[in-house]
Design a protein around this ligand. Structure first.
Ligand code: G6P
Length: 613
């Protein structure tokens, strides 16, 4: 939440900053601002999107080769021009951008007010920069030292970048709990700082991921990193494996649609080198030290939020079914505050697309303290959750920019299915034949997803019929119950239609009361063990005049005689059906949102990377 960017070098900073902020806009889009340094320190900020800021600065002098920028997801204070970042010190010599939350800002603010400081915004970030200013003046020390001292006193999470009028070629950055990447330009003559690597890769692939509680100082001498005890740290420069096309729309109207269409490829990428059906090979290179502990686990606990939590629910069905290891799936936010029972040797699997979700990160820390082994399932390489895990597997979905998660979900399911199958084979809880059948079935999933995407035109048509609905119900059973939850979440997130997912049989314990001719009900009804039962559920809905959109398998001739619309997706093994059945639900949400004129990639109030608790 909140995207930050900094630049120092030979280019016009504002160009790098604005371009970068657009790439980071998925992290928040309430307001945006930049500060640039030439002979003076100038701040430009505006409520709204980066494009509003861009318009605002059109006729202004924004020249300068050092600068910082911010796109905000409001926490403290309304989204307006004043609360927008960068924030200035009271002498207006320092400007700061901040992603995170300073929990003791109120105490600090009161102390500073007693000392004569005045604040113009309602933000914790303005308190933060004035606190640094106060320390620098009081101790007569360098800015770097003032930042270090301030960081030993602030409580909370931050990724910050500070620029100073007195040192126009210098940027000081620090992080704790919120991400920060430093791009090292050619010949180390220019540097880029950002919340993630997407604004950087256009210029350089050499990056340093700043660790928690580290301070980076960039100036004419290059980059130096120290910890909070003032000890030098060796920057570890990594080369990014990411192409620019991966973060552009590539001819699609929206990132979400592009990402939906990328799924055959992202699933293939996820399987590549890991699964070779023809010789029964299945291995995840990232899980080897703790492989035996995973296989022999007494219990697996999955912690996640949002769509990743839904992937976790599917994994619960999969792992319990195939391996007989008990699995618990927890909302990370609940897990961390309820004193959970974790025995040493329990395996905790955090699932996170961004790898930065604050609640999931905190749940990991708690589980680690209690002796659990953490096997992370993340998309963003080098992210905080990936680094906080003992081992893990990347899902290799490539950058996901649309706020509503799509390709990350299917890639998460792919990795989780592989984990379940690896354990099951090792434990011999499934026969070799079943193992091989499932391997072949997984191998064929990208093709089945491709076929499901061919339903685009039909789904677009169905969406146009139901775009005016005020409520939607999504029903599924077994493996497809979490898919119902995910379908409802997608619709809520981007179209603002109230939608709920339910296990189909639970409908009669409440939601059935809502059904009338106005209520569209999406029923996921593939040919599996629950098929007959779900037909009864469909009849219950039709008896009450509900409108049914059924997701069925190709060849199904029964359900179409009962319902208003059938969407026929290819058949696969029951265990893998969510990988296919979710596709039409993603498209349905997309087209309904589009028909309603919603901003599909940047839905109101949401952010993609939730770095606040
Ligand atoms: C936010 C996003 C969701 C995402 C959830 C968990 O709510 O809008 O799309 O599923 O966070 O994020 P993570 O990055 O941990 O998977």
């Amino acid at each position: 939440m909140c995207g930050i960017i900094g630049y120092v070098g030979h280019r016009q900073a504002h160009e790098v900053l604005l371009k970068g902020l657009k790439r980071l806009e998925y992290r928040g889009y309430d307001s945006a601002g930049i500060a640039v340094l030439n002979s003076s320190l100038k701040v430009f900020k505006k409520q709204g999107k980066v494009s509003d800021l861009e318009q605002f600065i059109q006729d202004q002098d924004v020249s300068g080769t050092t600068g910082i920028g911010h796109t905000r997801w409001a926490t403290h204070g309304a989204p307006n021009d004043v609360n927008a970042h960068p924030h200035l010190s009271s002498d207006k010599k320092l400007a700061m951008i901040h992603n995170g939350i300073i929990e003791n800002y109120d105490t600090l603010k009161k102390e500073l007010e007693k000392k004569g400081h005045r604040f113009i915004s309602e933000t914790d970030s303005e308190v933060f920069i004035q606190f640094i200013e106060h320390i620098q003046k009081h101790n007569q020390c360098s800015l770097e030292e003032a930042v270090r001292l301030a960081l030993t006193e602030v409580v909370g999470a931050y990724a910050i970048v500070i620029t100073s009028k007195d040192n126009p070629d210098q940027l000081i950055a620090a992080r704790k709990g919120s991400p920060l990447v430093i791009g090292v330009g050619e010949e180390k003559k220019e540097y880029f700082l950002a919340s993630d690597a997407t604004p950087i890769i256009e210029y350089t692939k050499e990056v340093v991921y700043l660790n928690d509680q580290e301070i980076a100082v960039i100036n004419g001498d290059g980059l130096s990193i120290k910890n909070l005890d003032d000890e030098h740290q060796n920057p570890y420069i990594q080369t990014l494996d990411m192409e620019l096309e991966a973060i552009e729309k590539g001819g699609f109207d929206h990132f979400m649609l592009k990402e939906i269409y990328e799924q055959p490829k992202s699933i293939r990428d996820c399987l590549r080198g890991r699964l070779i059906a023809a010789n029964g090979h299945l291995a995840l290179g990232g899980i080897h030290k703790h492989y035996q502990e995973l296989v022999n686990a007494n219990r697996i606990i999955i912690v996640a939020c949002g769509t990743s939590w839904h992937a976790g629910l599917v994994a619960e069905y999969l792992i319990e079914d195939l391996t007989r290891i008990p699995v618990e799936v927890e909302y990370a936010s609940e897990f961390r505050y309820r004193n959970p029972i974790i025995a040493p040797g329990d395996i905790v699997i955090p699932i996170s697309q961004s790898g930065e979700t604050a609640d999931t990160l905190a749940a990991i820390e708690l589980a680690k303290e209690k002796g659990a082994i953490i096997l992370g399932v993340c998309n963003v390489v080098g992210s905080s959750i990936a680094r906080a895990s003992h081992e893990g597997a990347y899902i290799h979905a490539g950058p996901e920019i649309g706020v509503a998660s799509t390709k990350a979900f299917t890639a998460q399911l792919t990795v989780l299915s592989m984990i379940a199958l690896m354990i099951a084979r090792e434990k011999k809880t499934i026969s070799e034949q079943k193992y091989l059948e499932l391997l072949y079935a997984m191998d064929a999933i990208p093709e089945k997803v491709e076929k499901s995407l061919e339903l685009n035109a039909q789904i677009k048509y169905i969406s146009s019929i139901y775009k005016g609905a005020s409520n939607f119900l999504y029903l599924g059973r077994g493996y497809n119950f979490p898919v119902a939850l995910e379908g409802a979440l997608k619709l809520k997130e981007i179209s603002y239609i109230h939608a709920e997912g339910y296990p189909a049989a639970e409908m009669k314990h409440g939601p059935i009361a809502l059904i009338d001719e106005e209520m569209p009900v999406v029923v996921i009804a593939p040919h599996d063990n629950s098929y007959e039962k779900i037909i009864s559920n469909i009849q219950e809905i039709k008896a009450r005049k509900g409108k049914v959109i059924a997701i069925v398998n190709e060849g199904d001739a029964v359900i179409e005689t009962m319902v208003d619309h059938v969407i026929k997706v290819p058949r696969t093994k029951e265990e893998l059906m969510p990988l296919v059945s979710v596709i039409p639900l993603q498209l349905l949400a997309y087209y309904i949102a589009l028909d309603r004129g919603c901003n599909v990639d940047q839905p109101r109030n949401l952010a993609k990377s939730v770095t606040v608790e």
